[in-house]
Design a protein around this ligand. Structure first.
Ligand code: PMV
Length: 326
């Protein structure tokens, strides 16, 4: 059997996925749109051999418990399809802090799916890989392709997958990722979504989301970074209004997160193109233009609340590497 390694960029959702209509298949309540990122990546090596014992290592540590169970479950899904029933070893490394709201499970589960399918010598299409990745972690289905990616909500497992809607080189946009904390985020997405049932805002959100996606596509086509930024920031705040009013409430932000939000709005008043978005953690993504990126990065990294700043461009999708992690 082959030893296979893939490097996969994570993504940042411009229009968020939040809520499932099928828990087991991870079918989302709405379609979503994301940017694939080349600066925040997961590299994963997988090999199947009788001498292994389903070992999982991430970022230098042995992984056990629920996190390991989800990985084994995904490997098992692929083992069943391939008909190969050998134990495995998996080693994975991230270039960014894991479980802090920067979507390490999206790139992690996509890299795992690609490396496992390769190691099992399965011949799968990008669509099939997206459908398989989705079942491990919803947003992972978007990390199987590059550029601006849309995950079509779908009604069945076969039609809920992601594809590139604009290639990476189409949009000149920079993501300044701002780390204000490296502790684990307060709630996983899976748990957060469970607090959403019968949410008072959900009906309104679902009524408007397709229109919002169309508007975003129009702005991207026009390469209107200011329009994209304003829409994306408003979407992030709408998403957090649902978290704040979930039962029990999810207050994901730290005081440092709010300080960065204020700073971004101040930067705009100074004439810089800077717009934030944020997932369920406390770390933020600040979208900006290539010409403003250096100033935005410098000013944000000088803030006392900021621990680390990482700059990313738009990624063009998973890459197979010839150098392995073990
Ligand atoms: O794929 P999950 O289960 O990690 O959920 C991702 C949810 C958000 O990051 C908040 C939004 C998104 O679309 O990525």
């Amino acid at each position: 059997m082959r030893k296979v390694t893939y490097k996969v960029g994570t993504d940042i959702a411009l229009i968020k996925y939040w809520g499932k209509k099928d828990e087991v298949l991870r079918l989302p309540l709405n379609s979503s749109v994301a940017l694939n990122l080349d600066g925040l990546t997961t590299t994963t090596t997988v090999e199947f051999d009788g001498s292994y014992n389903d070992q999982v290592m991430i970022d230098g540590g042995v992984v056990k418990g629920g996190e390991k169970d989800r990985i084994v479950e995904q490997i098992q899904r692929l083992r069943l399809i391939s008909g190969v029933d050998l134990p495995f070893k998996m080693v994975s490394e991230n270039t960014f802090p894991r479980a802090t709201g920067l979507s390490s499970s999206a790139s992690g589960m996509a890299a795992l799916t690609f490396a496992t399918a390769g190691a099992l010598e399965m011949d799968l299409t990008q669509k099939q890989l997206s459908i398989l990745a989705r079942q491990a972690s919803g947003s992972a289905c978007r990390c199987v392709c590059g550029g601006v990616v849309e995950w079509h909500e779908g009604e069945t497992s076969e039609d809920s997958y992601a594809e590139t809607i604009f290639p990476a080189e189409y949009l000149d946009i920079v993501d300044v990722v701002v780390v204000v904390g490296s502790k684990q985020k307060i709630i996983s997405s899976t748990e957060g979504m469970k607090r959403l049932y019968d949410h008072q805002f959900m009906k309104v959100r679902l009524e408007g989301v397709n229109q919002k996606i169309s508007e975003l596509k129009r702005l991207i086509k026009a390469k209107d970074i200011e329009g994209i930024g304003q829409l994306v920031e408003a979407e992030a705040l709408e998403f957090h209004s649902m978290l704040l009013t979930s039962s029990p409430p999810i207050i994901a932000w730290l005081p440092e997160t709010v300080a960065v939000m204020h700073k971004v709005q101040e930067l705009r008043k100074q004439g810089l193109g800077a717009y934030f978005t944020i997932n369920t953690g406390f770390n933020l993504h600040v979208l900006t233009t290539p010409s403003d990126a250096y100033t935005v990065e410098t000013l944000l990294s000088k803030m006392e609340q900021v621990q680390q700043v990482m700059v990313s461009g738009v990624g063009d999708g998973p890459k197979e590497l010839t150098e392995h992690l073990f």
